[in-house]
Design a protein around this ligand. Structure first.
Ligand code: KIV
Length: 272
């Protein structure tokens, strides 16, 4: 059980800012369903992200683009039912906020009303400022997401490290400062050089949560299915695997199949 679990009964956006001020690192993992949310929340995680990575992990799509708002709401509502303590943040999916601030607000309101989540996350900086403002004005907390933003994968053309060049690094800093000024309570920064991420974390008063952004930030996020080794084809340098569930599960399923075929399951004790 984490140290934070004893200290904070319920995590709010304010708790995260307090953690940053105290130098206490923030832990964040993804969940897309009730059972996983219950385990992750019970372990003492600070933030549960209902990421649009559900598009890859749950639905098997190549990118995060196909997942719909209705599907995100289904995942988010399932997660919220499993949560007692963590802050639940939900990704606004591709196409639900970029084109028009009014549409962005409608999408965010649907997520909050229909899932019971606590905040939304949007990818991008200056380009989506008006959407962020409108959502914030309705009293909905917003987490930003900069760096490698997977909803823009067709613009980038590759999943390699972002902001290695000075011009992109400067734009990233400007965007981070703008998101803070606009009122975001935290920002996820994905796959950028550790030195740049550390500089951003030191210049901003809101928490910076990194994925593939080094250890100089205020917290870390990973996709749960990757860190417990349920997925095994995705092997970026930043990923630490804490379990090898792909092989553990394959062995368990093989054993079950063998037991059924051999007539060893169920035994006398396993029947009525
Ligand atoms: O969708 C997601 O899981 C995310 C994390 C990778 C930060 O946005």
């Amino acid at each position: 059980m984490s140290i934070a679990k004893k200290e904070y009964k319920r995590i709010t956006t304010k708790t995260l800012v307090d953690m940053k001020n105290k130098g206490e690192k923030i832990s964040m993992l993804t969940a897309y369903d009730y059972t996983m949310a219950k385990i992750v929340d019970g372990s003492g995680i600070d933030v549960v992200l209902v990421g649009d990575s559900a598009s890859n992990v749950m639905a098997g799509h190549e990118t995060t683009l196909p997942i719909t708002l209705d599907q995100m709401i289904y995942h988010a509502a399932s997660v919220v039912r499993g949560i007692d303590r963590s802050l639940v943040v939900v990704d606004l999916p591709f196409g639900s906020y970029q084109s028009d601030p009014k549409k962005a607000l409608r999408s965010a309101i649907r997520i909050m009303k229909e899932s019971g989540a606590h905040a939304v996350k949007l990818e991008g900086g200056k380009e989506i400022k008006e959407s962020i403002k409108r959502i914030l004005n309705a009293g909905i907390p917003v987490m930003g997401h900069l760096g490698l933003t997977p909803q823009s994968i067709y613009k980038f053309g590759t999943y390699t490290v972002r902001a290695k060049e000075e011009q992109e690094a400067e734009k990233l800093i400007e965007d981070a400062l703008l998101l803070e000024k606009t009122g975001c309570f935290a920002i996820v920064i994905e796959k950028i050089p550790a030195k740049l991420a550390k500089e951003i974390a030191s210049r901003l008063t809101i928490p910076i949560i990194g994925i593939g952004a080094g250890n100089g930030v205020d917290g870390q996020v990973l996709v749960t299915h990757d860190m417990i080794g349920m997925t095994h084809e995705f092997n970026p340098r930043f990923l630490r695997r804490y379990l090898d569930l792909y092989n553990e599960m394959t062995n368990a399923f093989s054993q079950y199949i063998q037991d059924v075929k051999n007539g060893d399951f169920p035994s006398d004790k396993e029947q009525y």
